[in-house]
Design a protein. Structure first.
Ligand SMILES: Nc1nc2c(c(=O)[nH]1)N[C@H]1C(S)=C(S)[C@@H](COP(=O)(O)OP(=O)(O)OC[C@H]3O[C@@H](n4cnc5c(=O)[nH]c(N)nc54)[C@H](O)[C@@H]3O)O[C@H]1N2
Ligand SMILES: Nc1nc2c(c(=O)[nH]1)N[C@H]1C(S)=C(S)[C@@H](COP(=O)(O)OP(=O)(O)OC[C@H]3O[C@@H](n4cnc5c(=O)[nH]c(N)nc54)[C@H](O)[C@@H]3O)O[C@H]1N2
Ligand SMILES: [Mo]
Length: 736
């Protein structure tokens, strides 16, 4: 969302409240923003720490030692095996300046494109869909469209819980304009579906069927905007030929909805002056994520629902700065300024701007997030550098991921908190400054750039992420390339790489952002601040060679791992309102802990009855890759045949709720985004085994994360541990 927070200082310390002048959030703030100051200084990683092997204890070391060690390891590895033996796994939590510096280090100076980010697990399908349909990335809409639309289609997104401020802007509009419709497409009933005029509780993975089914009806009803299609698009004929195969009865049956519901959805679409679609992980996290997102775009193109207020296909980015990451080139196939490594002109432009010899940047895309895991398995990486993400919770097929991490000869982990689940796999820990302490820019889903200014000092010796990357760059001999003294200098250079590109921000310097507040791009040199909301493609000229948008039609292949008799249910994994991902912040805020005290498995009463399960029963959930134990939440909110678990409880927060131990890594071939939203599971009641504690049993072992026991062969990685589930109170007892 990119909410604006205003910080006030009083005798009691700092307080935050919504910034009314912020164009995106206009003074609103959700519980995570409101409580953030409670966690930013708790349980922080305070100094660099190092250990020879994962079995050893960490020792405190100096920054000099830490940075020299990284530089030496990288140099050695590059000399021995070439630059592709080094990789960085970053994150949408980084500022644009951090992202940019890391790109320059790896893709520019070292000549490997092995930089990928958790955004690969998040919105890379949206990126590849925009590129395929419009010729370049960039969500075309604005949050203002939420207040101008006649029909909002929220598909694969629980906007009310995950983008509450986005959702509230629409909800207020709907209150004032009761004719404005909301269609929600989600196998679960959520806070978002509560307000919906129509909830299509489709089977997981049937979105393409549904959307092609709506297109089929629109064709049949003569609702195609033929003029728009003829003037501004290509490929409509082949699209029409494909949607012919999606008659209503077949579609309704595949999706598990009624023909009436399908008709209703198509009717709302056809009869609304402007239609806006929002989507996020229910679409992107799929082995056909790109095709799903393109299919949404197809509907907008066939009805001319784009390029005007209240209309368009609008992917919601999840992380604070995943959008800035895209602009800075923060995926393994990208270069800064919405360029790609495969394009020779793009490479040459960037080499020139980085003052590097021609041919320095590799034309081959680097390793994607999951490919890094495979590379570790094949001993192809000597140095893995993880920054601002917690892969030991968030990656698919987690037991396999952890086994791969354990093989890594040298892992650097650059993180704000300590411990996290991933610190157990690191040789070197680097303390990072975070929000409130460091200054930098972020871009949100509607392309608004905000300068986030540091306002307080940090405990210990953490440093800005960009500074760390730059220091290593200097030590590798690239003094000229990394002579930055401040994030502002990094930003000045980054802006130059956006010149004349779709995401041009050359006019947007820090002083403009300070004086006039957040601004939307495109913002070329000479642009004036605070202009009206900017939509892309208002002239219907797209970024393709012929200026036309492309229909790219697809048939659905369904789920990568459909349910079968051995694993008869589909598990879907998502988020809760109060928690953020792996809880490094939100788990440390008592109000949020109380709101969501424990993980659970949502199961429909019909499935529960068939399995003899009652609400609150302890359950065992198994997939082909692992198992979890979760209490049952028997509810009609989830469709029969599907179960839902939240993603937030890694090993530090619960011994038995690592849901990614169940998920698989099958990914979309185009975006390489894994299908984190669906895997086949079997569920049964857990038969309790009663073990009397021995009289002399030791008190709970504090903290299992550091020096964690290796996974045993059945993939249950922590069965031997009885560690505390309260990392907040135990973290001071670390073997430092
Ligand atoms: N409170 C909170 N907010 C967050 C985050 C957080 O951790 N906590 N994380 C942020 C991040 S990084 C992201 S990416 C976003 C994610 O935001 P969302 O995508 O809104 O969140 P999820 O809960 O992952 O998934 C959304 C919905 O997809 C549905 N779904 C599952 N499978 C399918 C399917 O096949 N088709 C359809 N149509 N729907 C399906 C699920 O039932 C779920 O309700 O949230 C951001 N906001
Ligand atoms: N099954 C399943 N798995 C999923 C998902 C799902 O829906 N289902 N969603 C996926 C998605 S969309 C996402 S985005 C990922 C999220 O997964 P992660 O990226 O692993 O989750 P976070 O907890 O956000 O991790 C961010 C880390 O950055 C640290 N941090 C915060 N600020 C800074 C900073 O300024 N500098 C540094 N160096 N560190 C900082 C935080 O303390 C935290 O440890 O999970 C993915 N995994
Ligand atoms: Mo995400």
């Amino acid at each position: 969302m990119g909410c604006g927070l205003e910080v006030q200082q009083s005798s009691k310390g700092f307080k935050v409240r919504g910034d009314r002048d912020h164009p995106s959030s206009v003074g609103r703030v959700c519980i995570k923003g409101a409580t953030i100051l409670e966690s930013v200084q708790k349980d922080r990683l305070r100094s660099p720490m190092w250990r020879e092997s994962l079995d050893g204890a960490f020792k405190r070391v100096s920054w000099e030692f830490a940075l020299d060690t990284i530089a030496a390891k990288i140099r050695e590895s590059v000399e021995r095996r070439g630059p592709d033996s080094v990789a960085i796994y970053g994150s949408g939590q980084l500022f644009t300046e951090d992202y940019y510096t890391a790109q320059k280090l790896l893709k520019g100076c070292l000549g490997t494109n092995n930089f990928d980010a958790n955004s690969r697990l998040c919105m890379s399908s949206a990126v590849s869909a925009y590129v395929q349909s419009f010729g370049s990335d960039g969500p075309p809409c604005c949050y203002d469209d939420l207040e101008q639309t006649d029909c909002l289609v929220a598909i694969g997104t629980n906007t009310a819980d995950c983008h509450p401020i986005v959702f509230n802007r629409f909800r207020d509009h709907k209150k004032k304009n009761p004719d404005a419709k909301l269609i929600v497409v989600d196998p679960r009933a959520t806070a978002t579906t509560k307000v919906a005029d129509l909830h299509l509780a489709i089977r997981p993975g049937t979105d393409i069927d549904l959307l092609n089914g709506i297109a089929n009806l629109l064709v049949e009803w003569g609702k195609v905007d033929r003029e728009f299609v003829a003037a501004h698009t290509t490929g409509f004929e082949s699209f029409e030929a494909i949607v012919e195969h999606y008659p209503p009865e077949r579609v309704a049956q595949r999706c598990g909805i009624t023909v009436e519901e399908l008709h209703q959805a198509a009717t709302y679409w056809a009869e609304s002056g402007c239609v806006l679609s929002l989507w996020s992980m229910g679409i992107n996290q799929s082995r056909e994520g790109t095709a799903k997102a393109r299919t949404i775009i197809n509907l907008h193109l066939m009805t001319g629902q784009i390029g005007r207020p209240g209309a368009g296909p609008f992917s919601l980015t999840g992380q604070p700065n995943a959008m800035g990451g895209r602009e800075a080139g923060g995926l393994a196939h990208l270069l800064p300024g919405y360029r790609t490594v495969k394009n020779p002109e793009h490479r040459a432009e960037v080499e020139r701007l980085w003052n590097l010899p021609a041919g320095h940047i590799s034309p081959d895309p680097g390793l994607s997030a999951w490919e890094m895991v495979e590379a570790l398995e094949n001993d192809a990486l000597d140095v893995l550098w993880v920054a601002a993400t917690n892969p030991a919770v968030s990656m698919p097929d987690l037991h396999r991921t952890k086994a791969a991490l354990r093989r890594s000869p040298f892992t650097v982990y650059q993180e704000a908190y300590h411990p996290t689940e991933t610190s157990a796999f690191a040789h070197l820990l680097l303390p990072a400054m975070q929000w409130s302490e460091k200054t930098g820019t972020m871009t949100n889903s509607e392309r608004v750039v905000t300068l986030s200014q540091g306002f307080q000092g940090s405990l210990g010796e953490p440093r800005e992420d960009w500074w760390i990357f730059a220091q290593v760059g200097k030590r590798l001999g690239f003094d000229g390339q990394f002579a930055f003294e401040s994030s502002e200098e990094v930003h000045r250079e980054f802006r130059e790489l956006t010149r004349d590109r779709p995401c041009d921000t050359t006019g947007l310097d820090y002083s403009t952002l300070i004086e006039f507040g957040p601004q939307q791009w495109p913002y070329p040199t000479g642009e004036r601040p605070n202009t009206a909301p900017k939509r892309l493609y208002t002239d219907y000229r797209f970024n393709t060679e012929d200026g036309r948008a492309r229909f790219v039609a697809a048939h659905s292949n369904g789920l990568a791992e459909p349910p079968d008799p051995a694993f008869p249910l589909v598990l879907t994994v998502g988020r809760l309102y109060g928690h953020w991902h792996t809880q490094t912040r939100t788990g440390r805020i008592s109000r949020l802990e109380k709101l969501h005290p424990e993980p659970f498995l949502e199961i429909h009463p019909r499935d529960a009855a068939a399995l003899g399960i009652e609400d609150g029963d302890a359950l065992e959930v198994r997939s082909r890759r692992g198992r979890c134990e979760l209490p049952a939440k028997v509810t009609r909110a989830i469709s029969p045949g599907t179960v839902f678990a939240p993603m937030h409880w890694g090993l530090l927060w619960s011994n038995t709720a690592e849901v990614n131990g169940l998920t698989h890594p099958e990914a979309c071939p185009q975006s390489k985004q894994p299908e984190l939203k669906a895997c086949a599971v079997a569920v049964c009641k857990l038969v309790p085994t009663v073990t009397e504690p021995a009289a002399d049993a030791p008190a709970e072992t504090p903290n299992r994360a550091i020096g964690e026991a290796p996974a045993n062969s059945n993939g249950n990685s922590d069965s031997s541990s009885n560690g505390s589930t309260d990392p907040v109170s135990s973290s001071e007892a670390l073997p430092v």
